[in-house]
Design a protein around this ligand. Structure first.
Ligand code: PMP
Ligand code: GLN
Length: 392
């Protein structure tokens, strides 16, 4: 087995696995979270123009100044806080690289990182890659809140950081003020760093999203990560960023310089144009996604798949146990395989997002970042689920 021991336990990501099965069975793919529609022309046009008009050579390590400035302006519009883009903003290859660079730049061997499960799958793998140890705190169905006592107990003298994702993938939870405060309080008490993944910051429906970094005293100890992919439906561009105090930014850049050094220059010009979008763009985006959310969630509920309606993001978790009980393999993987093969719809088995995999087994994750016609076609197929599973 040539794969390094520290990576071997993580196997192939479930996203590639499910997308492969979806293609093989011509299933409608509500698995991997990518839109089946295009991002805005004004953003693509800016990248095309940059490719023709600007040098196509390495960008500066931290990002082109027009983009780091646009990220700082976007932050100021959202939070009222001014940033020094040259010392506090780093452009990365998607949020995924920002997460990796933060962990690799900060952790020493044996350091512990507290995270919530379910989690975006790269978190745990990157903690391990950086020589750290993950400590998971569960978000439990049906409210997906964490127990503050459980969070406090996960902290040990080895804890270096807490990794937070809000709005959350896969549950759609947006941490409220009291949850953010309890995380901040623990960071102060134990001198911890917070790493927050806010890639769904603009996909917010029934709650307000607030950055942990704006809470009193948190600016100096928080790395805030976001990216272009979700907000502008350009997941293939992989443009992300990390915002942090200059000391933490030095740690992020210490890793980023050797991971990738810099990010595709013309796409950075496109990203700068994107972040110049008017406020109505973000409002329209949230309205549009709310419609998609409700279309899919209403259908799942009426089909007998209980859901928790997400407050943000573009995924919904449903309880599959009413249907999977007739299967030979009744866990999430068994359900998702049967759904692909018998119904023709692909979804993600969320046990891959848990250290305690059993917590995810009764559930399935659907993505609703799809055209209305795709969602309607998937719903039409899902209407046959009773028949398809009844004949198991
Ligand atoms: N964080 C979360 C919570 C995500 O869901 C995703 C991907 N969908 C990412 C990070 C990765 O973002 P990017 O594509 O910008 O690397
Ligand atoms: N973040 C996306 C999801 O959760 C997919 C990311 C990936 O394919 N690695 O579906």
């Amino acid at each position: 087995m040539p794969v390094a021991q520290r990576l071997a336990p993580f196997g192939t990501t479930i996203f590639s696995e499910i997308t492969r099965k979806a293609l093989a069975h011509e299933a409608i793919n509500l698995g991997q979270g990518f839109p089946d529609f295009e991002g805005p022309d004004f953003v693509k046009d800016a990248a095309v123009a940059a490719m023709r008009e600007h040098p196509n050579q390495y960008a500066p390590l931290a990002g082109i100044p027009t983009l780091t400035r646009a990220i700082a302006d976007h932050w100021q519009t959202r939070t009222g806080q001014e940033l020094d883009p040259s010392a506090q903003v780093t452009v990365t290859n998607g949020a995924t690289e920002a997460i990796a660079a933060s962990l690799l730049g900060l952790l020493n061997p044996g350091d512990e990182v507290v995270l919530f499960e379910p989690y975006y799958d790269s978190y745990r793998a990157c903690i391990v890659l950086a020589g750290g140890t993950p400590r998971c705190v569960p978000l439990r169905w049906p409210d997906f809140r964490f127990d503050p006592g459980e969070l406090a107990r996960a902290i040990t003298p080895r804890t270096r950081a807490i990794l937070v994702n809000t709005p959350h993938n896969p549950t759609g939870r947006i941490f409220d003020e009291s949850e953010l405060r309890s995380i901040a309080e623990l960071c102060h008490r134990h001198d911890l760093i917070a790493i927050t993944d806010e890639v769904y910051e603009h996909l917010v429906y029934d709650a307000l999203h607030r950055s942990l970094s704006v809470l009193p005293g948190m600016g100096e100890r928080t790395i805030t990560i976001s990216s272009l992919g979700k907000t502008f439906s350009l997941t293939g561009w992989k443009i992300g960023w990390a915002i942090a105090h200059p000391d933490l930014t030095r740690a992020v850049r210490a890793a980023h310089q050797f991971l990738t050094f810099a990010v595709a220059t013309p796409l950075q010009h496109g990203a700068a144009a994107a972040l110049g979008a008017a406020e109505w763009f973000y409002a329209d985006l949230a309205k549009d996604f709310r419609g998609k959310r409700d279309l899919l969630c209403d259908a799942l509920e009426s089909l007998g798949l209980p859901i928790v309606r997400p407050q943000g993001g573009y995924f919904v978790i449903a309880d599959h146990t009413g249907f999977s009980k007739v299967l030979d393999r009744q866990d999430d993987l068994g359900f998702c395989d049967a759904l692909i093969e018998r119904v023709g719809v692909a979804a993600i088995p969320p046990s891959f997002f848990y250290e305690h995999a059993e917590l995810g087994r009764p559930f399935v994750r659907f993505a609703f970042c799809k055209r209305e016609e795709t969602l309607r076609a998937a719903i039409a197929r899902l209407e046959r689920i009773g028949e398809a599973f009844g004949s198991a």
